[in-house]
Ligand binder design. Sequence first.
Ligand code: UDP
Length: 241
Amino acid sequence: MRTDIMGVSFDDLTLGEAVATGATLARTPGLSYVVTPNPEIVNLARQSQDYQKLLNAADLVLPDGIGVVYAAKLLGTPLKGRVPGIDFASGLLGELAGSGEALYLLGGKPGVAEQAAENLKQTYPGLHICGTHDGYFQDNEAVAAQIKAAGAKVVFVCLGAPKQEWWISRHGAATGAQLMVGLGGALDVYAGTVKRAPEAWQKLGLEWCYRLLHQPSRVGRMAKLPLFLVQAAAQKGRGRT
Ligand code: UDP
């Protein structure tokens, strides 16, 4: 059962349920993938049917932003809550540290994935990181082949949206991985180059505001968020829930 929010169908799961499902997918042969759309990504999907299909075909579609949760409420189909991609990733890291399945980190500026790997190995003893690569490369086939040669079971694909979802779709199978997760700027957070909002801000649903204060260049992207909620209200008004 999924909940449609402006054309993207979200799984209605708690964080714990999402992590448990992710851990199962990581152990299951064949490629699965997880997407973590925020309002910006939902808006991108409204402009491209192919991208919308790609998101909806994911094995898990998790509501990353508080805006998605508000929109769900406005549409009369509330979700259990927000499942931020980074929290899903952290839960999964705990599972991988226990199981020993190999993880590959792809994305970010040169040096970011390596630094993230160093930090994660400290935080999650037992975590097996089998390789890293920055997100600024030309030869997609070569990178997919490197991931395969490294023996990765799980790949965190952090190339920003929509690039990361398209990369999974076009090159995921060639990596031989069983689970790929599109995680935007997560490696920047794990590397310590971008700080997450303090927990109190997160609980109040104000992570976006903290991010805006620290990365004011995002103002153009974020100005679209109120419009997203207006559009959700309009969709409800038209009875298309
Ligand atoms: N990025 C990348 N390759 C690219 C474009 C972006 O690796 O060609 C990385 C970028 O360095 C950053 C992440 O993708 O680490 C995107 O971060 P952003 O904050 O835009 O993503 P969000 O978390 O908002 O989805």
